[in-house]
Design a protein around this ligand. Structure first.
Ligand SMILES: Nc1nc2c(c(=O)[nH]1)N[C@H]1C(S)=C(S)[C@@H](COP(=O)(O)O)O[C@H]1N2
Ligand SMILES: [Mo]
Length: 272
């Protein structure tokens, strides 16, 4: 169920000084996993050479630690390429209701019966960082805010574990919410802490994308527990692992803060 970790790809038990071809082979395998779109992948695997890795990293590639740090730096460079290519006006494809995948798949780093149970009466969405109005939100206040601004989408969710599914999410455009709370939209990142151990952060242009939704419903019903009750972010321009469920806290920052999968080697931008 859970994606393979970077450490297992890089074979931590391998001898410390390794042959260049082996390093390159692993680097290529990892790059292929870190990028999603075929043309980008082809470009990166074509252009990636051992000299290139060494040049980009500025270190000798003779042990696992330096290979890992080189690849992390390449992945951060890949983030910048993806960010530069990202356009707010480019929309993810939308689908008719007849295309919805039923039942919609569940995924998390645990099984469905372990999904967090969030008590609606106790729930408060916490806000911090570069936000003018940091007052916490109750769920009914979020619903009242969303109702007159209702936004809905039927889009495809793409998981790196090899499945994709079309679903229908409703709520309010995240950009509307960020404006309402007086978020500094010139900041670099928006981060999310969830009711489980998952966390992530996204770039501000994606946070402001017209299809990025603060989602309160799934297929016209209250967001079910397994799909992220009480609230999730639906980002159709990003891969599944960048769509936080069970959000409990949102912060705005200029400091890079990674994410649950990202800190294990998944590409941070995670465009789909
Ligand atoms: N809080 C939380 N959000 C999460 C995850 C998680 O484990 N915990 N898994 C991510 C991954 S890898 C995927 S594919 C999607 C799955 O969402 P779904 O259950 O609605 O299909 O949620 C993402 N968001
Ligand atoms: Mo995923």
């Amino acid at each position: 169920m859970t994606p393979e970790r970077k450490s297992s790809i890089l074979m931590p038990d391998a001898p410390v000084v390794r042959d260049g071809e082996a390093i390159l082979h692993e680097a290529r395998a990892l790059m292929t996993r870190r990028v999603s779109e075929p043309s980008r992948r082809a470009f990166l695997t074509r252009t990636l050479s051992l000299g290139g890795v060494a040049l980009l990293s500025g270190c000798s590639l003779d042990d696992n630690a330096s290979v890992e740090s080189a690849l992390t730096r390449i992945s951060r460079w890949n983030d910048r390429v993806q960010a530069a290519l990202f356009r707010k006006s480019v929309l993810a494809p939308t689908f008719p209701a007849s295309a919805i995948t039923r039942p919609f798949p569940f995924n998390a780093f645990y099984s469905m019966d372990e999904a967090p149970v969030v008590d609606e009466a106790e729930y408060r969405l916490e806000l911090s960082g570069l936000i003018a109005d940091k007052a916490p939100w109750r769920l009914d206040a979020l619903r009242d805010f969303a109702a007159p601004r209702a936004a809905e989408q039927i889009t495809r969710h793409v998981c790196v574990e090899g499945w994709s599914a079309i679903g229908r999410w409703g709520g309010v455009t995240f950009a509307d919410f960020l404006r309402r709370i007086g978020a500094d939209t010139s900041a670099k990142y928006v981060g999310f802490k969830c009711a489980d151990d998952y966390y992530t952060s996204i770039d501000m242009p994606t946070a402001l994308h017209p299809q990025t939704l603060l989602a309160l419903t799934y297929d016209g019903q209250t967001l079910p527990r397994e799909y992220g009750f009480p609230m999730k972010l639906r980002i159709p321009t990003k891969l599944g692992y960048k769509n936080p469920k069970h959000i409990q806290a949102i912060y705005v920052t200029n400091t890079y803060s990674g994410g649950y999968w990202e800190d294990q080697g998944y590409n941070w931008f995670g465009g789909s």
